[in-house]
Ligand binder design. Structure first.
Ligand code: 13P
Length: 248
């Protein structure tokens, strides 16, 4: 099994004090996550506070989004270099909320993945099908096409150095979690798409993960961790989720 990764996507929640408090709590309890990479993804304006709060702990920090460009006249954008400079090591690319609400295409997501790696960050590529696509039997086709767009740009070797998060859109923020079998089936398809190099690539599951359902999901052979939304905003709940990966 690959080293587990538990990522907390805070989305657009909280203020600077909440962010620092949550991060400090996790940093204080990092010993309980031994052997697990725990990384939080605060809103961009809180990144520096969070980096300071987790300093000298095993908790990592990442950004929820970044620009595909390195620098220039791109009002409102943040580059990978800027994120790296303030202490981020990871970045989410292609979260479904960005694909759907901000019209990010698979090509743009691939460009962001590429820029992240070139600027020294580890990208977490988010992929997943809508409810309608699942009902129409298109899950594997959709997910593998989202991954193929990145492979086409960066090559399979570089894709495999990143992380892939399978997040079915119908399970995000809905309380409707994929069953362990449903999640495992898609992870196994992704693993086989990545070929021999994919054995060492971390594949994590996201979508309504909580301490009460995470154990069964994490027990699946191709699931190396979780990308947690709502439950990552509660320090003890998120810690419990990370601890499940330690046990197992
Ligand atoms: P929820 O855990 O709130 O369903 O969110 C999942 C997610 O989108 C993480 O990126």
């Amino acid at each position: 099994m690959n080293k587990p990764l538990i990522a907390g996507n805070w989305k657009m929640h909280g203020n600077a004090d909440n962010a620092a408090e949550l991060a400090k709590h996790l940093a204080l309890h990092d010993i309980t996550f031994a052997g697990v990479d725990v990384v939080v993804f605060p809103p961009a304006v809180h990144l520096e506070r969070v980096v300071v709060a987790v300093a000298n702990s095993a908790v990592g920090v990442g950004a929820q989004n970044m620009s595909q460009w390195a620098s220039g006249a791109y009002t409102g954008e943040i580059s990978g270099d800027m994120l790296k400079d303030i202490g981020c090591h990871y970045v989410l690319v292609g979260h479904s909320e960005r694909r759907i609400l901000f019209a990010e295409s698979s090509q743009l997501v691939a460009e962001k993945f590429d820029a992240a790696q070139k600027q020294g960050l580890t990208p977490i590529l988010c992929v997943g099908e809508s409810l309608q696509q699942r009902q129409q039997g298109q899950t594997v086709e959709v997910v593998t096409a989202q991954i193929a767009a990145v492979i086409n740009l960066v090559g399979i070797e570089n894709l495999c150095k990143g992380v892939v998060a399978y997040e079915p859109v119908w399970a995000i923020g809905t309380g409707e979690v994929a069953s362990p079998e449903q999640a495992q089936a898609v992870h196994a398809e992704i693993r086989s798409q990545l070929g021999s190099q994919g054995a060492n690539t971390r594949l994590i599951y996201g979508g309504s993960v909580k301490a009460s359902n995470a154990g069964a999901i994490f027990a699946q052979p191709d699931i190396d961790g979780g990308l947690v939304g709502g439950a990552s905003l509660e320090a003890t709940e998120f810690s419990k989720i990370a601890q499940l990966m330690v046990q197992g």
